[in-house]
Write a protein that binds this ligand. Sequence first.
Ligand SMILES: [Zn+2]
Length: 381
Amino acid sequence: MRPNAAEREALSRMAGARRFIWNWALAQRGAYYRETGKSISHGELSRRLTELKRQPEMAWLKEVDSQAMQQVLVDLQRAYVNFFEKRARYPKFKSRKRDKARFRIPQRVKIADGRVYVPKVGSVRIRQSRAVDGDTKSATFKRDASGNWYVSLVTEFTMPDMPLVPARIEATVGVDLGLKDFAVLSTGECIPTPKFFRQSQVKLRRAQRVLARREKLSNRRKKAKRAAARIQAKTANRRSDFLHKVTTELVRNHEAICIEDLSLKGLAKTKLAKSVLDAGLGEFRRELEYKTVWNRKHLAVVDRFYPSSKTCHVCGAVNDLLALADRNWTCACGAAHDRDFNASLNIKSEGLNILVAAGHAGTLNCSSSECKTFACGGGSC
Ligand SMILES: [Zn+2]
């Protein structure tokens, strides 16, 4: 978004009101539960909000879109449901310093002529790279750490009627996410980790050192803080761009994709935690999940305890002596392996086992007991 000074102020006011209502509603829920032992109903909370807005010292809330305020109660309700269903932590009070400024508008949002219409704020200029498909349902407005505002839209459209067909074995790919390279594919392709990950880390560390030297509450500190936030925001954008390109290409070029379930908690204990792409792995999987669904393709997630690196893809023997530092190794059967390429082949065959069992991949015609890897493409052994 490209808001002018007045619009910027109005947007911040909306975000401030959202935080205020969130904290107020959270306190109301807590107090109600302590008094009655029961959860407050949505109707009761909504009634109390109307009452709150009538109080003279709350007049400033009239400057704020009432639909957006009602939405806060819905968002909080969802936060509780997510907590009870063990998807999220208990909802917390929002702090002005820690939390990003944001708010959501539930009704249709108009986008036209390079502008987005925001109730009680006005028509704000936006930079839009492509048209919005379908009916816009709701919009979320967010300010990042470097002060830029973004709007993201939820739109509704009908999926084209495409059948879900089983993947062909030769159109299936195994992906090994690595330390050295971002990913190695079972096709032999390698996706290197972009240089900017490392570069921006160096830049950020330098900016943070400068920030640490600045005196508290000084203008120079404020400036240094903004500079560090800008680097962070830019890195996040570039990472997002990189991940989208990789996942889109993978889905476009293959019928099924096999990946490892890299649980982030398990990863944090290893050296990979220091890796520059740690923040991107969960997102990588999330994108593959929805992009395969959208394009009627398949995704197989291999159990994270499956020893993809240690298993020889030729004979199936497991090499327990393989260390994290070993890039190459030779199996007792004589096969020489590149660690990551071998892993990607194993992920592919393990993924294919899952897909075949689910009826999502063509069954093997190959009857040879020697063929453990699907390397023959399913019929030539
Ligand atoms: Zn072997």
